[in-house]
Write a protein that binds this ligand. Structure first.
Ligand SMILES: Nc1ncnc2c1ncn2[C@@H]1O[C@H](COP(=O)(O)OP(=O)(O)OP(=O)(O)O)[C@@H](O)[C@H]1O
Ligand SMILES: [Mg+2]
Length: 604
């Protein structure tokens, strides 16, 4: 069990480049710009109504004492001194607000989902076509988070955050204008207090959140310790390590206690601060405002004071929400940049630009091939490999671990460009052959077979898209897989993988062989499993392989030398060079590395 990692604090560094890259998101939204534009019109409407609402509400509360207000003079169209009129106006307004909001949400969601569908599909398409080297440099976890969390981040922003951010900014700016219009004196008093407190509250709140995050991390660590101990309880008992475990756990939970008490202390302070400062400020403004409404010649009407207070309250909330929206938009720009960088990566098709689609009969020639993996250029893995095999022949690769056998197989598949030398298929330079065309003629039975979640039938059909059910069954039969498949209640429809049946190593291999048989390749690459099968399964698997190898060029990476006795040519690789080459008899006579390996395996 791994201890939960200390949560990494994600610091977003945005450069001018980030913004340029992020702007490309707009090109994804372009097809939907009309909908988006209309959505924005609705947003502007509903936002403006949001501003009128507190004014009207204030007037409603203030009506009845008959004084005409500056607001009612401003909005001559409706008589704001009449309770019924104001209430009616409020209802109309909310009705309109409801309709506008509805369309805004629906339109924004539509645009967002369409945009994201296009983006997701582009990203995945890109991922599928990136060169192998890219996958050496990036972890799959990182890449799937591009498709997952990065896209979710954008989704949230396009759908709501941008709209909300806009709304809150309009609320704040519009609010300030309205307040100044109602009473610039009171507005000044308000501006000197409320925003300051709101911003302090936001940062205070963040600080507390960070503290409780620390406590949470610590809790996770303590739980990890407990889980580790309980999973390995046998070990603990056997080594009588109970006390040590307990001590470790106690240290962790003491730390949890300390952190939580510390955060509690600050939370208490925060609450007092809010109560005192926030409500204090409001009381202060009300007090100052009321003073202005007094006397024989009041500078402020009661209704206006209420409007003022309502606008102030809404504004304070808006100010408080701005930093979070801003942070979220920053995060989205970061996420978009990462996605766009991915989309701009160089595809395999841009590296292997060959166009030829020749007939590939399976003859293959390596000519002084040199190769270093792109991310480890200093180490030459293949140091001038030359050999050739005719069509329908079998080439076996043997040698020490790390000798370069799998690397040669990768090069046949054109996974990487060569560092030097040439590789010819039927006399044609591999770099001139169309990548897809070439790979269509090659099948691989890998060392560790990975099946996809799905039925056995689907897994075999992976070998050829348009295969009929009969062809799939025939392939399964030839691969010696038919018998065990039939023993499952669901037969070919049996679900395999995580949510289905778990197949044994030998069974999986036979599925992979069936897949290769279905593909009917000209060139077959076999990375022999190192894991020992019992001799019975070995026999059925070998039998299936013999079937598969018939009538095609085969490159066999062999660990059990008994299986390659009949190979037309055996290459013994040693540290990136061909140490010995010939058939079994020739190599035995040479009495070199191969003969040593054979005698070593015999005595085992
Ligand atoms: N993706 C990679 N990136 C960088 N170096 C690699 C990569 N794959 C293999 N190598 C290196 O290339 C060398 C040859 O590896 P390769 O996998 O071809 O050996 P192998 O002969 O197949 O060995 P084994 O019998 O253990 O499978 C090794 O030194 C290995 O460390
Ligand atoms: Mg290997």
């Amino acid at each position: 069990m791994l201890r939960p990692k200390q949560a990494k604090k994600e610091k977003i560094q945005l450069t001018r480049d980030s913004y340029t890259k992020a702007r490309k998101l707009f090109s994804y939204m372009k097809p939907y710009r009309l909908q988006y534009g209309i959505g924005w019109v609705f947003l502007v409407f509903s936002t403006s109504i949001g501003l009128i609402f507190p004014i009207l509400l204030g007037q409603l509360l203030g009506t009845g004492n008959g004084t005409s207000t500056s607001m009612s003079e401003a909005v001559k169209a409706i008589d704001l001194t009449n309770i019924n009129t104001v209430a009616f106006a409020l209802f109309i307004m909310f009705g309109a607000q409801a309709v506008f909001s509805y369309f805004r949400v629906v339109l924004f969601t539509n645009v967002t989902e369409n945009t994201l569908r296009d983006l997701r599909s582009d990203v995945f398409n890109k991922l599928l076509h990136l060169p192998m080297d890219f996958y050496n440099r990036n972890t799959v976890g990182e890449l799937t988070s591009r498709l997952g969390s990065d896209i979710t981040q954008i989704q949230e922003t396009l759908r709501t955050t941008v709209a909300e951010f806009f709304r809150q900014i309009v609320m704040v700016i519009g609010g300030i204008l309205i307040l100044t219009f109602i009473s610039w004196k009171l507005a000044l008093i308000m501006l000197a207090t409320v925003p300051v407190i709101a911003i302090i509250a936001v940062f205070f709140g963040r600080f507390i959140r960070r503290l409780s995050k620390e406590a949470q991390d610590q809790t996770a660590a303590a739980n990890g310790t407990a889980e580790e101990a309980l999973t390995g309880i046998g070990n603990i008992k056997a080594f009588t390590n109970e006390l040590i475990s307990l001590k470790r756990f106690t240290t962790a939970i003491n730390e949890i206690k300390r952190l939580n008490i510390k955060s509690g202390l600050w939370r208490g302070l925060f609450v007092s601060f809010i109560v005192f400062a926030m409500f204090g400020a409001i009381v202060f403004i009300i007090w100052q405002g009321l003073l202005m409404t007094e006397g024989p010649n009041p500078s402020l009407a009661k209704g206006d004071l209420y409007s003022f207070l309502m606008v102030t309250l809404l504004m304070a909330a808006s100010i408080g929400s701005l930093p979070d929206f801003y942070a979220s938009i920053q995060k989205t720009i970061g996420a978009t940049e990462k996605l766009m960088l991915l989309i701009d990566e160089v595809s395999e098709q841009d590296i292997f630009t060959g166009q030829l689609k020749p007939v590939i009969s399976g003859s293959l020639r390596f000519e002084d091939v040199r190769f270093s993996y792109p991310q480890r250029k200093d180490i030459e893995v293949l140091k001038g490999i030359s050999f050739d095999i005719g069509s329908n022949q079998t080439l076996a690769l043997v040698g020490t671990s790390g000798g370069g056998k799998s690397t040669i197989a990768s090069l046949v598949l054109n996974y990487y460009p060569l560092s030097g030398g040439k590789l010819y298929f039927d006399g044609i330079d591999s770099s001139e052959i169309d990548l897809k065309h070439l790979r269509e003629h090659i099948a691989v039975v890998p060392q560790d077979v990975i099946l996809f979640a799905g039925t056995i039938q689907e897994n075999i059909a992976f070998g050829r898209e348009n295969a009929t059910v009969e062809e799939i069954q025939e392939a399964a039969k030839q691969a010696n897989a038919w018998e065990f498949i039939q023993s499952f209640p669901d037969g070919m429809q049996t679900q395999v993988g995580d949510r289905g049946i778990q197949l044994s190593g030998g069974q999986k291999q036979r599925i992979a062989i069936a897949r290769a048989i279905l593909k009917n390749p000209t060139i077959l690459i076999l990375d022999e499993a190192t894991s020992a099968l019992d001799s019975e399964s070995e026999r059925v698997v070998q039998d299936a392989l013999d079937h598969l190898m018939k009538g095609r060029t085969s490159i066999v990476i062999a660990h059990r030398l008994s299986t390659i006795r009949n190979a037309d040519r055996i290459l013994v690789l040693n540290q990136g060079t061909v140490a010995e080459s010939g058939n079994h008899e020739e190599l035995m006579q040479l009495n070199g590395i191969y003969a040593d390996l054979v005698s070593m395996q015999m005595t085992r």
